[in-house]
Design a protein around this ligand. Structure first.
Ligand SMILES: NC(=O)c1ccc[n+]([C@@H]2O[C@H](COP(=O)([O-])OP(=O)(O)OC[C@H]3O[C@@H](n4cnc5c(N)ncnc54)[C@H](O)[C@@H]3O)[C@@H](O)[C@H]2O)c1
Ligand SMILES: N[C@@H](CCC(=O)O)C(=O)O
Length: 425
């Protein structure tokens, strides 16, 4: 009798999904889980792919592709951002949804994980067009979202305004106003103070903890930040406020460098006037790829996935990499950085500040009292420091990387929830 070869747990692709599946496989190996449980954790629970017809302002019609993937909801409603980017694909959204599941479990936020995306370059569309795209996308995914089902939030290319449009479209459909269907809303619609800066503040809390762990005083440290959007710009600003010398920042259009430290207030003024960091006065333009390999203590990739890969990981000079973005380090690069002794603070810990304050927003919507910005920041700081300490303790105790410790912790919590609830017999 011949034995059929074991089926792969889930088909491998190239790109972020491959990296996410490799991280899960490593955790499953460390946890000694069987193949069935591995399958259960690897497969998204629900996926939706939709077409979004758009009449452009000039009268022409385009049909865009959109997705919502709910990787897991064993610990609570699915939760995760909505991305507008030309690079969005179903596989990318699957990877991002899986990372959301681990992130919420690691920080003990009572949600599962989800992500949405529309394949669109928002810079090429008017605000009216983006409103129509968002409302149509919301109508299409309406059957699978809701305040206790799946709660979108901002991600690349989306913001508070996008969340307001989703809330409006959802509410118009159900016939009453439902603020809790999204987080990251404007404060005027029930958003939380401190949500816009939460991810970057969280990045900086763990970055400062990692510097201290490596015996580097913030006032002696240098940093480079890739990406100058909602996460990157705040990270650069809060690092500078903590005394770190931020010597380089970049966006998709270019990068700037000043070995004596960039002047953050001027940089902000420059960015808000032009929308790009290129050509910032008082700093020299550099090749954006060079930013990743600068001789700095701290590197914060805060843009897109897979920017640190096998081609440049050997040249990274930073002592510490703090992953502001989701999935910026490929699995191959992760191994190279580990061998080279570079401390990588993984995305599911480093950038969890956003979803932590999203949870605060969701909870505050149901109570009469709204926390002040200081109260939000303090609660966030305490959650992030607790997350850092528990991941570091486990990594030391079990001789794991921070990513392995974080993923093992998260995966075991999700598996426990699955098994405690019980499988359908
Ligand atoms: N917004 C949040 O609450 C949040 C929370 C956790 C994680 N994240 C993750 O952080 C990352 C950034 O998200 P964001 O919300 O800041 O998006 P954003 O759209 O506000 O900004 C993205 C920035 O990245 C830049 N960029 C894009 N491609 C680049 C490249 N190849 N090189 C350099 N810069 C590039 C853009 O120019 C822009 O400055 C994403 O991985 C996102 O998933 C976001
Ligand atoms: N998009 C963010 C925020 C998700 C949320 O607040 O739900 C992330 O990747 O964590």
């Amino acid at each position: 009798m011949t034995t059929a070869p074991a089926a792969p747990v889930i088909a491998r692709t190239n790109g972020p999904l491959d990296d996410a599946l490799k991280q899960l496989a490593d955790a499953v190996g460390l946890l000694n889980y069987d193949e069935g449980l591995h399958h259960l954790l690897a497969k998204p629970r629900r996926e939706m792919a939709v077409s979004i017809p758009l009449r452009r302002d000039n009268g022409t019609i385009e049909v865009l592709s959109g997705y919502r993937v709910q990787h897991n909801f064993s610990r609570g409603p699915a939760k995760g951002g909505l991305r507008f980017s030309p690079d969005v694909s179903l596989d990318e959204v699957r990877a991002l949804a899986m990372w959301m599941t681990w992130k919420c479990a690691l920080l003990d936020v009572p949600y599962g994980g989800a992500k949405g995306g529309v394949t669109i370059d928002p810079a090429r569309y008017s605000s009216n067009e983006l409103s129509r795209v968002t409302r149509r996308y919301t109508n299409e995914i309406l059957p699978i979202i809701g305040p206790d089902v799946d709660i979108p939030a901002p991600d690349i290319g989306t913001d508070e305004q996008t969340m307001a449009w989703i809330m409006d479209a959802y509410s118009a459909n159900v016939g009453y106003t439902v603020p809790a269907v999204v987080t990251g809303k404007p404060v005027s619609l029930g958003g939380s103070l401190g949500r816009p800066s939460a991810t970057s503040r969280g990045v900086v809390h763990v970055a400062l903890a990692a510097l201290s762990y490596r015996g580097i005083a913030a006032s002696d440290a240098t940093a480079a930040v890739q990406g100058f959007g909602k996460v990157g710009a705040g990270s650069a600003q809060f690092l500078a406020e903590a005394g770190v010398r931020v010597v380089a920042v970049s966006d998709q259009y270019g990068a700037v460098h000043n070995e004596f430290g960039l002047d953050m207030p001027s940089l902000h003024a420059y960015v808000s006037n032009t929308g790009t960091v290129s050509g910032f006065a008082g700093a020299d333009p550099i090749d954006p790829n060079e930013l990743l390999t600068l001789d700095v203590d701290l590197l914060v990739p805060a843009a897109v996935e897979s920017v640190i890969d096998a081609t440049n990981a050997h040249r990274i000079q930073a002592t510490i990499v703090v992953e502001g973005a989701n999935g910026p380090t490929t699995a191959d690069a992760d191994e190279i950085l580990r061998e080279r002794g570079i401390l990588v603070v993984p995305d599911i810990l480093a950038n969890a500040g956003g979803v932590i304050v999203s949870y605060f927003e969701w909870v505050q919507g149901n109570q009469a009292y709204w926390w002040t910005a200081d109260e939000v920041d303090q609660r966030l700081a305490s959650r992030m420091k607790q997350g850092w300490t528990s991941v570091l303790d486990m990594a030391i105790r079990r001789d794991l990387t921070l990513r392995e410790a974080a993923t093992v912790t998260a995966v075991s919590r999700v598996a426990d929830a699955h098994l405690t609830r019980g499988l359908y017999p």
